[in-house]
Design a binder for this molecule. Structure first.
Ligand code: C5P
Length: 241
């Protein structure tokens, strides 16, 4: 394994807070340390698109994680809108199908003309809340979970997406089977063994060494007594030296 050069912009802090004011207060506390933020559906639906625009205008990399899933024309319009807010990355569900992903990729490229670089599109394969039982019984899948993840990731790449969101457990398989052209975002990373609802965890250092292009950390920073110290510690652990 190679030792990648330190790049703190690859660490996205998930702003899973209750209001725009709380989110802005955290961003201010992390000033100069964290340059990349993820805005999920809970914060987006209270803080609004203007908040994303505000972060982008302040020079932050913004990952808009709204996991779109709708008919192709609707998803394409939404992707174009998010791109024009200045987001660097966004998500959609691969289960929405090839046509939906193609339309989204085209919309992202189209929006790039008006707002600079084209944002990166990431597919969600299977939510980590889906287990083997719900996959086979509720979703009637005939494939084992890891094969279904691999299948959906392959579909995402062939439909023009830039990569997928994956757990630490899936990371190695995806990188070895689909190659380095597939970018991978790994959420649910944990600085050390802690118990909450993240079942498939990995440390940020392991994730980077296994080839993660981006890592997402939420509660270990947002819920820390001292978020700045927690962020500093995680950056240090991820890229020591
Ligand atoms: O658990 P933590 O607070 O670090 O989660 C950070 C972010 O990662 C959350 O915003 C959540 O949306 C995302 N996440 C995910 N898939 C998971 C776990 C977390 O997309 N399996």
């Amino acid at each position: 394994l190679s030792h990648p050069a330190p790049d703190p912009s690859r660490l996205y802090v998930a702003l899973d807070l209750d209001s725009k004011d709380e989110a802005l207060a955290l961003v201010d506390r992390l000033e100069g340390l964290i340059s990349s933020y993820k805005v999920g559906s809970a914060l987006f639906t209270t803080a609004g698109p203007g908040f994303v625009q505000q972060l982008a205008r302040r020079g932050f990399n913004v990952f808009v994680d709204l996991k779109f899933f709708d008919i192709p024309s609707v998803v394409a319009a939404a992707v174009g809108n998010v791109a024009r807010l200045g987001a660097k990355m966004m998500t959609l569900h691969t289960l929405g199908g090839r046509e939906m992903m193609r339309a989204a990729a085209e919309a992202a490229r189209g929006a790039a003309g008006s707002c600079g670089a084209s944002p990166l599109l990431f597919g969600v394969t299977l939510l980590t809340s889906i287990d083997e039982r719900s996959l086979s019984e509720d979703l009637s899948s005939r494939r084992p979970l890891d094969e279904q993840v691999l299948h959906l990731a392959g579909l995402a790449v062939s439909a023009g997406l830039d990569g997928v969101v994956a757990s630490g457990q899936e990371l190695k398989l995806l990188k070895s089977r689909l190659g380095s052209k597939l970018k991978v975002i790994v959420p649910g990373v944990r600085p050390q063994a802690v118990s909450d609802d993240q079942k498939r965890t990995i440390t940020p250092r392991q994730a980077i060494l296994l080839g993660a292009d981006y890592i997402v950390v939420g509660r270990p920073i947002t819920r820390a007594a001292d978020p700045r110290a927690a962020a500093q510690e995680i950056l240090q652990q991820t890229w020591p030296g």
